[in-house]
Design a protein around this ligand. Sequence first.
Ligand code: SF4
Length: 472
Amino acid sequence: MNSLHLKSFIRCKRKAWLEFKGTKSYEVWSPNKAIDKINQFQIFSEFCNGEIYTGLKACKNGYQGVIGLKVKGIFFQNINAEIRPQLLVKTQGISKWGPYKYLPAVYKLGHKTTKEHLFDLSFSSILLGTFQESKIEKGLVLSSVGHKVNVEEIYLNKKIRKKVLNILLNLNECLQGSMPEITQDRKKCTICSWQKFCDKEAKENGYLTDIDGIGSKTALLLKTNGISNTQTLASYSEKQLGEKLSKFKDQKYEKASKFVKQAQAYISGEPYCISNKNDTNDILEKICSGFFIFDIESNPDDKHDFLYGFLKINNLFSKKEDLIYEPILNLKNNKIESYRQIIKILFSRKEWPILHYGETEKIAIINIAKNLNINFEEIDSLTSRFIDLHTLIRNSWILPLKNYGLKTVSNWLGFNWVQKNVSGSKALYWWIQYQITENEIFLKKIIQYNKDDCLATLQIAEFLIKNQLKKN
Ligand code: SF4
């Protein structure tokens, strides 16, 4: 077992097991992991003033920062283990290499120092202490705060060391045993590289957490009431279920009806229309003389939207090839210029609605308008032009899907992205690559991805409208 297994084990036992014994071809490359590695290296490099070298030789030479060192060792009960410290930082002391020693350091994304960081440092300190022949009292947690490196010192006392030893024993037992169950908290799965593999099994076994709106707590509540899989849920009486869902108070019958219908749709593969009235009628009227589709690509950690993409649609029945797509890049040094361009586009057709998927786009545009000191009346009228198709589809349809994300819904409608295996995280990965290399190829990839996101949104609009027309 090694440090990576420990890190995974803290998140999900099954993930650690899969990384140790799973079939590697089922694992999918994760852009989040790659982004994490790039950020990590940038912070480490800044902290060590660029003096970062790799492996054992770097320790012997006494460089300030060392990455890529692997140290094997045995801890109690003859368990073989290996540490892979993210970074070693040179400090005062005496070790087998001379009048200095190393401390382990880890990278932290966000504000919170978690068990994952503490246990990683503690595990590293146990084997590294023996290896360098010098005890380690503390480790460092490095993060980026407002483009500066923030350093937190963690004292690795007996209590933490004892805890990590217990976890390592549990990890060892888990790795020797059979594959653990899928985690109850499926939110953890969204950025996991084993997601596809686990999703398949969850669907086959009728996991309740596959049903939109059912998290680990609701799944547990249903299980204690004898509903242990999607099949049972789909055949349950909505009224009886509502009585068991008192935790949802006034909404209990509404929730029960949604859960049962969602389970039925999921199993049958058939969508279910829940609303015959208002919203979709409205959209049809509003868009008949043209509309925009708008989609943003952003870096949430940096709070930076790096690309705004517009699709101009004069007529819903125009051919896809005739649509005008306009991407606007938001480079940090031309922020205001890109804001002006966006507002110019939107104000060029003040009567056109702006269709988007999810709430981010509307918030971003309103903030841009405020930033440019546009007057209140104009901002109010701009605000009223947004139509969120995500809310609309959720309110009017129950789809045979696990979630209502843009990719899931439009894929179900038959939309295909030009580039394979893409996601918002992958676009962010390309953006980071572009910033490092300035290679235009990454920009082209991001723009193609964003254009496809706009076209996917259009496909969802078409679905809503077509079904509305059928009813009228
Ligand atoms: S997809 Fe979910 S259950 Fe599967 S290994 Fe990853 S976190 Fe665990």
